[in-house]
Design a binder for this molecule. Structure first.
Ligand code: PMP
Length: 408
C-alpha cells in the first residue's frame, strides 16, 4: 500500500487506483490466465475521467487558456468528464457548464449539480453534427458566453497523455507482484493468525449488544495497529504466477483517450510491444474495425443503454493503430457483466465495466483462448471506468438480486 500522506486537495486524490485480481469469475469461466481489474472508481470524482479532467484543466491554466476568476468551463460529455471537471472547478472556483445527452443517468446529473455545475441536456438521438447534439450545443454556448472555454476531450492531447500515468501504475503493480508462489487471494486476510494477537476483547463491546462498553485506551491501540487486530492484515501484495507483463489490455472505447494512452505506453519497447489490445465497442456504435463489425441486424435501431462508450464519429483522441482486436458488446451482456463483478467479486462496477468484462471473457474463451485464456501467468488487465454510484437507481443493477427482505 502507498504510504499515507496529507493531500492538499481532492484533485491530488486522482490516480494511484488499485489493480485487483479477480478470483471467482475466471474460475467459473475456466480461464487459466490472471484477470486483473484497474478500479478507476477509486478516483476522487468516481471515474477514470477524473484523470483527464485534472490534466486538461491544469495544463490549460498553465498555457493561459483558462484564467482563474474569469474563465467559464464548458464541456460536452457523457457525464464522467463533466463530473471530473466540475470537481476541479469547485476546488478552483470556476463557473462550469456541462452539456450531456438525455440518456445519461440522473445520478450523474445530480452529482454534477451537487458539485455546483450548470447542467444542459440534449436529445440522445441527435447525431454529433446535429445542431441539437451535446457537442454542437456546447460550441454554441461557447460563442454566446463571454470568456467561455471548451477543453474539448475529443481533440485534446492531454486526454490520452493523462493515461501514461495509468499505464505506469499498472506496470508498477504487476512488477511489484512478480513472485513464484501461488497464494490464493480469496483467502488473503481471512483465517486465523498465529502471531500478533491482541488481548481478547469482549465482542459485545463492538457489536453494541447488552453489556456493551467503549474500548479502553489500553485495548484500542492493539485492536487496530493499522489493520484488524488479531485478524491478519489483508496482504497488500498478492504474488501469483505472472509473466511480469501486461499481456492483454481490455478497455471500453469512448473518446479513446484511455485505450490510446495506456496502449501507447504499454506497447513501448521497454515494456511489451506485443501486448494484445482489445477495444470494446457497443453494438450501435461505429468505432470498431473492421467496419463490417458495426453493421446492425434488421430491426436494430442502433440505440444502446450502456453509458460512456461508443460514438457515431471517430474522435481525434482515438488512435485505432494501437488497438489489435475490436469486440462488439450488447447491453444485456454488459449489465450482466457488471452484476457479476459486483456480486462475485465485490467490485462495485458500472455498466461500461461490465461491457469490458463481457468482451474480455468472450475473447479469452474464443479467439484468444490458445494464446492467452488457457495460459497460466498471462496477465489480462481490464480497465473499469466507473462505479455503480452512477447507476444505483437503474433497474438493471438489481435485475436478478435477492428480493427485498421483509420482517418475518
Ligand atoms: N466508460 C465510462 C463510464 C465513461 O464515462 C467513459 C468516458 N466516455 C468511458 C468508459 C470511455 O473512456 P474514453 O473516453 O477514455 O474512451
Amino acid at each position: 500500500m502507498r504510504p499515507q500522506a496529507v493531500l492538499p486537495n481532492a484533485l491530488a486524490a486522482v490516480g494511484d487506483t488499485p489493480l485487483i485480481r479477480l478470483n471467482r469469475i475466471p474460475q467459473a469461466e475456466g480461464l487459466k490466465c490472471n484477470m486483473l481489474v484497474k478500479c478507476e472508481y477509486f478516483n476522487a470524482g468516481g471515474s477514470v475521467k477524473d484523470r483527464i479532467a485534472r490534466r486538461m484543466l491544469l495544463s490549460a491554466e498553465k498555457k493561459g487558456i483558462l484564467i482563474p476568476g474569469k474563465s467559464v468551463v464548458i464541456e460536452p460529455t457523457s457525464g464522467n468528464t463533466g463530473i471530473g471537471l466540475a470537481l476541479a472547478c469547485a476546488i478552483k472556483g470556476y463557473r462550469c457548464i456541462i452539456v450531456l445527452p438525455e440518456k445519461m443517468s440522473k445520478e450523474k446529473v445530480n452529482t454534477l449539480r451537487a458539485l455546483g455545475a450548470e447542467v444542459v441536456r440534449t436529445p440522445t438521438e441527435a447525431a454529433w453534427d446535429d445542431p441539437r447534439s451535446n457537442i454542437m450545443t456546447a460550441r454554441r454556448l461557447k460563442e454566446e458566453i463571454p470568456d467561455a472555454v471548451i477543453l474539448d476531450q475529443y481533440n485534446n492531447l492531454d486526454n490520452p497523455t493523462a493515461h501514461w500515468a495509468t499505464a505506469e501504475e499498472i506496470i508498477e503493480a504487476i512488477t511489484a507482484s512478480e513472485g513464484p508462489s501461488e497464494e490464493s487471494s480469496l483467502n488473503a486476510g481471512m483465517g486465523t493468525s498465529k502471531s500478533g494477537g491482541m488481548p481478547s476483547v469482549d465482542s459485545s463491546s463492538i457489536l453494541g449488544q447488552p453489556g456493551a462498553r467503549p474500548l479502553t485506551p489500553e485495548e484500542s491501540p492493539e485492536l487496530t495497529p493499522r489493520g484488524d487486530g488479531n485478524l491478519p492484515a489483508p496482504s497488500a501484495v498478492s504474488t501469483f504466477a505472472s509473466s511480469g507483463l501486461v499481456d492483454v489490455l481490455v478497455c471500453g472505447v469512448g473518446t479513446g483517450g484511455t485505450i490510446s494512452g495506456i496502449s501507447s505506453r504499454i506497447k513501448r519497447g521497454d515494456h511489451n510491444p506485443t501486448c494484445h489490445v482489445l477495444g470494446v465497442d457497443p453494438v450501435g456504435s461505429t468505432l470498431a474495425l473492421p467496419a463490417t463489425l458495426n453493421a446492425l441486424e434488421d430491426g436494430n435501431d442502433g440505440s444502446y443503454k450502456v453509458e460512456g462508450i461508443g460514438y457515431d464519429f471517430d474522435p481525434n483522441t482515438l488512435n485505432k493503430a494501437l488497438i489489435d482486436t475490436w469486440i462488439k458488446t450488447e447491453d444485456q451482456e454488459s449489465f450482466a457483466g457488471s452484476r457479476r463483478l459486483i456480486r462475485e467479486e465485490g467490485i462495485l462496477a458500472g455498466g461500461s465495466s461490465g461491457a469490458a468484462i463481457a468482451g474480455a471473457i468472450r475473447f479469452l474463451k474464443g479467439d484468444g483462448w490458445e494464446k492467452f485464456g488457457s495460459k497460466e501467468g498471462v496477465n489480462v488487465v481490464i480497465v473499469l471506468p466507473d462505479s455503480l454510484r452512477n447507476y444505483v437507481t437503474k433497474p438493471w443493477l438489481v435485475e436478478d438480486a435477492k428480493e427485498e427482505t421483509h420482517v418475518y
